[in-house]
Design a protein around this ligand. Structure first.
Ligand SMILES: NC(=O)c1ccc[n+]([C@@H]2O[C@H](COP(=O)([O-])OP(=O)(O)OC[C@H]3O[C@@H](n4cnc5c(N)ncnc54)[C@H](OP(=O)(O)O)[C@@H]3O)[C@@H](O)[C@H]2O)c1
Length: 383
């Protein structure tokens, strides 16, 4: 039975929306409004989002969002944890990508499948998954992470083991995608052999990964190792054990005044199949210098850029971490590699999560936390 309730729209509407009530909104007269509470029960498909209402607006506003229906090769996911990336804060602050507002940010989710498209064979309702929400690439509102439900391309999701908590899984997506774009996409990226589980036999060939304790670097080290390459990396001394545990063979302190010489000496005589620069700016300059001195040629994939005119023989290619969704690398990672490696426990979602809070309303603080800077840590919000 419908119950008529009169109250100011602003406060109680939101309160009841959050509690899962459904409202019909009807005009009573010109000055007053009436809400009819028609469904006093939890509607599990009710969506809400942390909206970025305009360019450079803050804080995010938690408000209703559409509920989506997955197309043929898509799944609808009830998000249980959302990972935060540096781009979330920089996009909010600087609006460096042209976006249509209001919009929703975010790329990293883990959660439960609640609906599947007609062509989906890998997933069913109830499956626990981790996935890369590719809204930055697709520019569709339903493909973004900062909401209760997100549409995911089937081939950009992996099932997760029962013993992997959602918050640990949510650290993965943009980090592993960006590292995979750098390492495995066709030239001018590094175009290396794909990773496998069990790992490929070591080739002895070296990848230099600058910034091994970053999220992108932590994934680049593990992917390189699984693909049979030797990962040489840089990190603060406090994170040397951390990157070695992920599989780095050697690690150097990037704060050292002799970092360029140290790397040059360590890499001399080795075959360098490429460089992944996870930091950019001066870090990229040193990467160019080292590669030029040691080998005179080679490919550098950079997450950030900062050098426009490398010496002849050195190529620099900027990564855009969602491009793998449109080439063979997306499937190679999320379909063929990650599910097996997570199940075997040989791929450790890294860096470990720091949970900032539970609920979409904690996303602003979580984004602000990442903007302040983190060390070998991934900030996550649970839902
Ligand atoms: N192009 C793309 O598609 C794409 C995708 C993802 C990320 N990114 C960009 O890539 C960068 C890394 O992202 P993320 O999520 O991996 O960052 P993150 O995890 O937040 O990075 C934090 C880490 O960076 C390390 N670091 C800081 N300055 C460094 C330096 N000069 N040399 C070596 N390591 C340094 C710190 O190491 P210590 O604590 O050991 O000092 C820290 O552990 C960001 O600028 C991000 O915007 C780009």
């Amino acid at each position: 039975m419908a119950i008529a309730v009169r109250f100011p729209r602003s406060s109680l509407y939101l309160h009841h929306f959050r509690r899962g009530f459904t409202f019909n909104f009807t005009s009573v007269n010109n000055s007053q409004k009436q809400f009819i509470v028609t469904t006093p029960r939890r509607n599990i498909m009710t969506n809400s989002a942390a909206w970025l209402t305009a360019a450079k607006a803050r804080p995010f506003e938690v408000k209703p969002a559409d509920t989506y229906t997955p197309a043929e090769h898509e799944i609808l996911v009830e998000n249980r944890a959302i990972g935060i990336n540096p781009s979330d804060g920089s996009l909010q602050a600087f609006a460096w990508l042209p976006l249509k507002y209001p919009t929703i940010l975010g790329q990293d989710i883990s959660g439960n499948v609640v609906a599947v498209g007609s062509g989906v064979t890998r997933f069913k309702k109830g499956d626990r998954i981790v996935a890369h929400a590719v809204g930055m690439g697709s520019q569709r509102i339903q493909d973004n992470a900062f909401q209760a439900y997100t549409i995911i391309n089937e081939h950009m999701a992996s099932p997760i083991p029962d013993n992997l908590p959602y918050e640990n899984a949510a650290v993965l997506p943009l980090g592993i995608s960006t590292a995979a774009c750098a390492l495995f996409q066709e030239a001018p990226f590094l175009q290396l052999h794909y990773p496998t589980e069990p790992a490929q036999k070591p080739t002895g060939k070296v990848v230099l990964i600058w910034g091994g304790s970053s999220t992108v670097g932590s994934n680049a080290i593990q992917l390189a190792r699984a693909a049979g390459y030797t990962a040489v990396t840089t990190a603060s001394t406090k994170n040397h054990d951390y990157v070695k545990n992920l599989g780095a063979s050697e690690v150097f302190d990037y704060n050292s005044s002799t970092i360029s010489e140290d790397l040059t000496k360590a890499l001399q005589g080795k075959e360098i199949v490429g460089v992944v620069d996870c930091i950019g700016g001066n870090a990229l300059k040193v990467c160019v210098e080292v590669l030029h001195k040691v080998q005179g040629k080679g490919a550098i994939a950079t997450a950030k850029g900062g050098v426009d005119d490398p010496p002849e023989g050195i190529t620099i290619k900027r990564i855009f971490g969602t491009t793998l969704k449109d080439n063979a690398v997306g499937k190679a990672i999320y379909v063929d590699f990650l599910p097996k490696a997570l199940a075997a426990g040989t791929y450790i979602p890294s860096p470990g999560p720091r949970v900032e809070g539970k609920g979409l309303e904690h996303l602003q603080a979580a984004v602000d936390r990442v903007v302040k800077g983190v060390s070998a840590t991934k900030v996550v919000v649970t839902l």
